[in-house]
Structure formats: C-alpha cells, structure tokens
Write a protein that binds this ligand. Structure first.
Ligand code: NAD
Ligand code: UD1
Length: 348
C-alpha cells in the first residue's frame, strides 16, 4: 500500500513514517523543511538499515501550497503503476503565537495547502485521508474530559485554520457521501520520542511547550522551568493536560488506515490523547523520578490563552479504531530524555 505523508520529516510525521516503513508500507514524503531537517530522513534510513528492514521511501522536497508539486507526485505514481492509496496530511504550521502575529501565513499554509491537496486527490481519484487536527479547536473549555461533540470555539488563528479545514472535509464528504473516507484526528499533547532515540522533537529556538522545555532544563540548555501559574482551579494549582506518547499517537494513524480500509465511505472526527490529565507539578515530579534529576523551576503568572484543564475522552478512538494508548508517563519521560541525551542539540 502506498501512502503520501505530508510533513513527514516533522516531529509527528517522522514517527509515523518510521512505523509505516517498519510495517511494509511504501511511503512518499512531501516536506518543505520549513520546520524540520532533512537529517530526519537519514536517521530513519539508518535505523531501518541497521535493523535489516527492507523499505520503500521517496522524498519530495516541496511546498504543499505548490499544486504542481502535488500533481506531479500523483502523476508520477500513476506512471509507475504505484498509485497513492491514502494520504496522511500533517504538513502545516502549529505555533499559536506565530499565528497571532502572522495569521495570513497560517491561512495560506494550513488552509490553502489542504485545499490544494484535496483538489489534487479528487483529480486523481484518491479519496482516503487521515488529517492532523488539534484539541486547540475546543478553545477555553474546562469541562473535562473533552469528547468530540464538545463545542468548537478556537481562540487563535492557528485553531481557526484547523476548524476551517474540518469544515472543508464536512462539505466535501456531504457532496457525495459514497466517495470520501476521512479521519480527522484531534491530537492532544504528543510528547516523548522513539525509544531508540534516533528521532524525536527538535523545536527551533526556545521551546514553547512544556516537555521539550523540561528536557532542555534537565540537559542544561535552559536554566529553569517557568511554571505558568500555580493558582489554577486544579488539585495543585498548576495546569492539567493530556500527554500522549508519540508512538501511541503514531499507532493511532495506522489504526485509522485500517479503519478507512474497512469502510466504503466515512467522515470521522476523533480525539487522540491518553485520556489522562496530569498537572505541570505532576509532570515535574514524574520526570525527576524517571530520570533521577532535580528540575529547578520558578512560578510565573498564567500564560495568555491557557486553560486549567484539558484532557480527552478517547472512547470514540477506542471503539472505532480498536486503538488504545499503551505507554505510561514514565515511558514518555524515559524516551524523551533518551532522545535529549543522545541528541543534545537535536538534529543539528
Ligand atoms: P512539525 O512542525 O514538526 O511538522 C510539520 C512539518 O510540516 C514540518 O516538517 C514542516 O517542515 C512541514 N511543513 C510546514 N509547512 C510546509 C509547507 N508549506 N509545505 C510542506 N511542508 C511544510 O509539527 P508536528 O508537531 O509534527 O505537527 C504536525 C501536524 O500536527 C501539524 O499540522 C500540527 O498542526 C498538528 N498538531 C500538532 C500538535 C503538537 O502538539 N505537536 C498538536 C495538535 C496538532
Ligand atoms: C499549546 C498551545 C496549543 C497547541 C499545543 C501543541 C498555547 C496557549 N496552547 O498547548 O494551542 O495545540 O501547545 O502545540 O500555547 N507550561 C509551563 N511552562 C512552560 C510551558 C508550558 O508551565 O514552559 C504549562 C502550560 O501552562 C500548560 C502545560 O504546561 O498548563 C502544557 O503546556 P504546552 O506544552 O504548551 O501545551 P498546551 O498548553 O496544551
């Protein structure tokens, strides 16, 4: 089976790519390296070679906004009698603050990029799609756990682009309910790394998110962790989130492919999280105990746009996809740390 994986050299995409290749899928990656390194692909190849795995991978360096490039991928695939069977679409921009400063860029890359992709898929009669949506579309809700029928009310342009894309899926699916098979996966907080330490998260500049910041404090790249608020309405006053091991998340995509293959047509919006909420202080304590270190931290005021609690109801994913997250918070800390010590400066 041939998969077009957009954004395949990014944090989430690289883990999905590795799993797909290990399981014998033929993978075409489209990535502009706007937020990733070509080294990621070398790492994946080296890992698979070392493990004596035969694999089929093709890399296209291109921009999702360039429709000609997407056209060409489908055209070449047909010429080689290796049609693209399914698309996993992750290429896009994901920084909340950047989207507030430059919203048009977010609409351009995320929405226009997805529109290009859908237009081309339609032209080449490829109707199966797995998409990377986000829990950010639920906005400022504190009613947890959050299920898929929760109100959609994003509070930043990044979230708005994800909602617009989901609306596009809705219209497209309803234009012919016998044709399209789409899973829009709403990720919560993907963290950790592949247990081998060959690939992981490598944010450019100072990390905005808790986990990469924490591992950088542990390795000495950052002095201390700023805890954004200890006065939230939670057990210990710090914010609660749903951290899911990146391999569990990647496995959710393989389960989605199986699900789409079993259907004549469908459109499903599905939460992917661990289903558990952990506070910032719980994460610090777990990380310290997993890797045996002390994390210096300082309490700061609340971060704008944050909520007290956000974690997923994952019963739909379990039921529909037959998928369940398996890895513990301890495993998340160990694998995230393993990646950090083996790659103190990421891919550079
Ligand atoms: P990432 O930035 O590591 O990966 C995105 C990839 O897309 C990168 O390799 C980047 O180079 C590529 N890309 C960006 N613009 C492109 C363009 N115009 N054309 C082609 N490629 C382009 O991010 P990630 O964490 O792996 O996220 C992947 C997807 O999942 C994104 O769409 C993001 O919005 C979504 N998501 C991520 C999270 C998270 O916490 N990481 C949560 C929810 C949803
Ligand atoms: C953030 C984004 C969200 C995006 C997600 C994944 C905001 C407001 N939200 O979500 O839109 O989908 O990342 O990219 O930016 N924390 C600290 N110190 C830090 C970093 C974080 O205390 O240095 C706290 C936060 O206040 C929060 C928790 O840790 O309570 C998790 O934060 P983070 O990893 O940024 O994820 P989200 O807030 O869920």
């Amino acid at each position: 089976m041939r998969v077009l994986l957009t954004g395949g050299s990014g944090f989430i995409g690289s883990h999905i790519a590795l799993l797909l290749l290990e399981r014998g899928f033929d993978v075409v990656i489209l990535d502009s390296y706007a937020n990733s390194s070509p080294n990621v692909i070398n790492r994946i190849n080296t890992y698979l070679d070392k493990n004596d795995l035969r694999y089929k991978i093709e890399i296209i360096n291109g921009d999702i906004r360039d429709k000609k490039i997407i056209d060409n991928i489908f055209l070449e695939s047909i010429k080689q009698s290796k049609n693209i069977d399914i698309v996993i679409h992750l290429a896009g921009l994901k920084s909340v603050s950047e989207s507030l400063n430059n919203p048009l860029h977010y609409w351009d890359v995320n929405v226009l990029g997805t529109l290009n992709l859908l237009l081309t898929m339609k032209e080449y009669e490829c109707y199966s799609l797995v998409f990377s949506s986000s829990a950010t579309i639920y906005g400022l809700s504190d009613s947890v756990p959050i299920s898929e029928d929760h109100k959609i009310s994003p509070i930043n342009p990044y979230g708005e682009t994800k909602v617009a894309i989901e609306k596009m899926f809705f219209d497209l699916y309803n234009s012919n309910t016998n044709l399209w098979k789409i899973c829009s996966l709403r990720y919560f907080n993907p963290v950790g790394a592949h247990p081998s330490g060959v690939i992981g998260e490598d944010p450019v500049g100072t990390p905005n998110n808790l986990f990469p910041f924490l591992t950088q404090v542990a390795i000495g790249r950052q002095k201390l962790l700023n805890v954004f608020g200890d006065d939230w309405d939670t057990k210990d006053g710090s914010g609660i989130r749903d951290y899911i091991h990146i391999i569990d998340l990647a496995e959710g995509h393989l389960a989605s492919i199986d699900y789409l293959n079993s259907k004549e047509s469908c459109l499903e919006f599905i939460n992917l999280g661990s289903g558990n909420g952990y506070s910032v202080f719980q994460i610090i304590t777990q990380f310290e105990s997993s890797i045996g270190c002390q994390i210096p931290f300082s309490i700061q005021s609340r971060r704008e746009g944050d909520v007290a609690k956000c974690y997923a109801d994952i019963s739909k994913a379990k039921k529909l996809l037959g998928w369940t997250p398996k890895r513990t918070l301890d495993q998340i800390c160990l694998d995230g740390w393993n990646w950090q010590i083996k790659n103190p400066n990421g891919y550079r």
